[in-house]
Design a protein around this ligand. Sequence first.
Ligand code: SF4
Ligand code: SF4
Length: 505
Amino acid sequence: MKIDLDKCKGCGICEEVCPLGIITIEGRKVHIGNDCVECKTCMKVCPQNVLSPEMADDKPVCSACPIMCRIPEGAFGACMRYFNEKGAIIRKGRVHTYEEVELLVGSTDDLIINKPLITGIGSGTTYPDFRPSPFIVSGIREGIDIITVVTEAPLSYSGMKLKADTDLFMGQEAGKIYVKRKGKRHVGHLCTEEYGSKMLSLGGVNILTSKDGLFAAKVIFELLKGKKVKFEIEDGAVVEIALGKAPKVNGVSEERMRVGCGSATSGLFAPYMSDAADEVIVLDGHITALFSEHPSGKYLKKTRSCISVKGIKSTDGRYFLDKGSGWGGTDIENPLDVIKEIDKSKCFDGMTLLITETTGQRVAFYTVKKGKFVEGDLAPEARRFIEVLKDSCQPSSVSAVFAAGVGGSARAGVTKNPIKLTRAVHEGKVTITIGGAKPFIFPGGGINFMVDVAKIKYGSIYFSPTPSFVIPVEYTMTFETFKEIGGHIEAIKPVKEVLKAIKNE
Ligand code: SF4
Ligand code: SF4
C-alpha cells in the first residue's frame, strides 16, 4: 500500500482492522509491515485518505473472493485460508471427512441424506459462485446413490444471535450495542427478552455494510475465536461476553440461570416456600410473585399475609415491576421497597418474610418485631428452600447461533436452477449441514438458517474483509434429486477418490 505520511494523524483506526495485524503506529505515523496483501481494509476505514493501493504486479492474485489479495511468497491472504507456496496460491488446511466431526455434531442417521459424505471444512470456495463447488462427490449409502456438494460460502448477509443467561438489567429492548474500537462502534442491538435470558443480535447486513461494519465483523469473529468482548449498551449496562462463559453485567458475574419467573418458581417450589416463611416474595423482572396470594399458596392453604406488593397486578400473586439494575432485574434496590402496603390488622410480631431473586443469588429474611421488619439469618426451612432453588438453576452461560442465508450466488456452485435447489431444501429432499452440523432452516423464502456455533468444528469459520464470514456448507441429496434440480453432474467425483486424495495430502 502507498502511504501519504503527511496526511496521517496516527489515530490507529487502520491498525485495529488489519486482518493480518501488520500495521503499527510508530511516532504517531502509520507503518505497514511486510506481507501486506493489499486487501484495502485499512484504506476503507482511514478517515484521512492516507492509504492507496500500489498494485504490486510481482505477487500472484488470489481469486477465491472479490478482495483479490496479492499474496507475497510464504504468506497468507487476508482470510488466513489461502497461502502463497512458491508462487502458487493454495488452500491451507485440509478437507475433513464427516467422520472427523460426527462426534462433535452428533450423528443424524434418521434419513440417509442427513449425513454428508464429506464436510466443507477446508474445501475452499469459489465466491462468487460462477463455477461448480470445489467438491461434488458421490457415494452409495444403503444401496442409494448419494451426492454431497461442499463449499465454503462467504456469507455477508449474516449475524450472530447471543443468548446470555441472566436476569441482570442490560438495557431496553432495541437498545444499540456498541464496542469501543478507536471510537464507539455500533455492532448490534438488544432483542426481545426470551425466557430466563437476554438476547443480543450482532451484525446483520445493515450493520456489516455500515461505516462500522468491519468492526462489527471483527467483534463477531473474536467471539467465534473464544475471546471475551466488552460491550456498552445504549442507556444500559457494560456487558462482558465470551461464548460458553457466564455473562458479566456492570462487573457482576451472573452465577445461575434462573429456573423460571417468580410465578413459575412459586409453582415449582410451593411446598418448600410454604414452610420457608409466613410470606415469600420472589423478585423477578418478568413476573414478581407474592406467595400467599399466588394460586400455589392458595392451593396449599397458606394464610393470606398482611403484605401487598408494588407493580401492575397481572393475576392473583403475579405482578409486573419496572425493570432495572435492582433485585431480579427489577428496579427494586432495597428488597423491602417492593412492599406497597401492610394491612396492620393482619400483621403480628414474629411474622416472617423471605424475599429472594429467582436464582436465590440475593436473599433476605425478616422477622416482624414491634411492627417493623428486622433482617436476620435465614430460618432453617428458608435455607432449605433457597438451597433447592439454587440447585435447580443451571450455571449461567452465553451461547450463540450463527444466522445467515445460502441463497444468492451461493447456490450457483450446486445447480444451474437455483429455485429448484431452494424448493428441494424446503421439501426436505436436500439436507444442508454447516461444518457437519444440521441447522434450523427458516420457513418461507430463501435458504436462511441458524446454527449452533458450538456444534461447528472450532476454527472452521473464517472472516473475509468484504466483510463476510466464510462458513463450510454441505448439501446432501440423492443422485436423482441432484439431476432433478439441474446439479453440476459433470463435476461429480467418487467420494472414495476424494478421500484417498485427502489422506495423501
Ligand atoms: S487510519 Fe489513516 S490517519 Fe489513522 S493511523 Fe491509519 S493511516 Fe493514519
Ligand atoms: S492492505 Fe490489508 S493487509 Fe495490507 S496493511 Fe492494509 S489491511 Fe493490512
